[in-house]
Design a binder for this molecule. Sequence first.
Ligand code: ADP
Ligand code: MG
Length: 320
Amino acid sequence: MPSEFDIIRRYFTRPVKRALLGVGDDCALIAPEPGTVLAVSTDMLVEGRHFLAGSDAAQLGHKALAVNLSDLAAMGAAPRYATLALALPEADETWLAQFTQGFFTLADAFGVELIGGDTTRGPRNLTVTVIGAVPPELALRRDGAKAGDEVWLSGCTGDAALALAHLNARVRLSVAALAHCLARLHTPVPCVALGLALRGLATSAIDVSDGLVADLGHIGERSGVAVELRYTDVPRSRALAACADERLARECLLAGGDDYELAFTASPDSRGRVAAVAAELSLALTRIGTVSAGEPGLVSVYDAAGKIIEIASKGFDHFG
Ligand code: ADP
Ligand code: MG
């Protein structure tokens, strides 16, 4: 049985690149970059809550980091460092090898260094903290949306929730649709390049983790504005478009969560620049609504006839 220190040495210690000092001392040492501030965020994945016991370890390693990088993306921050606090029921070396493979493959893809953490026995819990860099005046905050701005969404929402609906036997997806949706659920790709491209362009941004309507509500609350969403303009993946259960499709699209797309606002004058970003990054960016001076935080969803659609679920309540 490897000790805590064997595990740290074998699986989590790598030569430092940008950091002055990494794993192995009481603290890591990192140098601030001129003209930037640090963007810091923590997200926790808890077994039984965010993933099932027996989940693929490599996918967990990927997702634990991906959901954190998504927060940096939503802030317009460039990813730099991560720390990893790990509680594990046992020192399973096969699990550790796969977990670190998933984690470091994504970390390397985005130039992120693991500079520290904590390792203990306990109910499985994966807590990652990421540190990024952004010039303070360019950070994409939630509180900058203005009445008259337009609301944009990258990619499509709903696929991760649709995968869960399939796993819970609420729907039966085709083999191809299931493969697509499972990848969206287990190995989301954070929109880091988009976040960087939106610096100085988006007036506010958020990553869609709780559900599209709930997360736009967060922008609305922080910005003191209301959001009007045009339901028929919310894009659907092929998998979601093929879903015959319209009620389920709507719930997935608007309230599914676990999407890790970026929702952002921008002035109507910026339409051309947003389109240029979409072309440059080969991304779908879709205009799905507008910001108004209504009740702060209120998100109204309109159908094609301009009628308000009542939505049952407002997204994922972590204490629900
Ligand atoms: P301390 O007793 O000072 O908290 P630890 O023994 O917990 O130190 O950790 C030793 C070193 O290993 C520290 O540099 C810590 O940041 C690092 N570390 C521990 N667990 C992990 C992990 N899961 N991933 C990365 N670094 C880790
Ligand atoms: Mg410790």
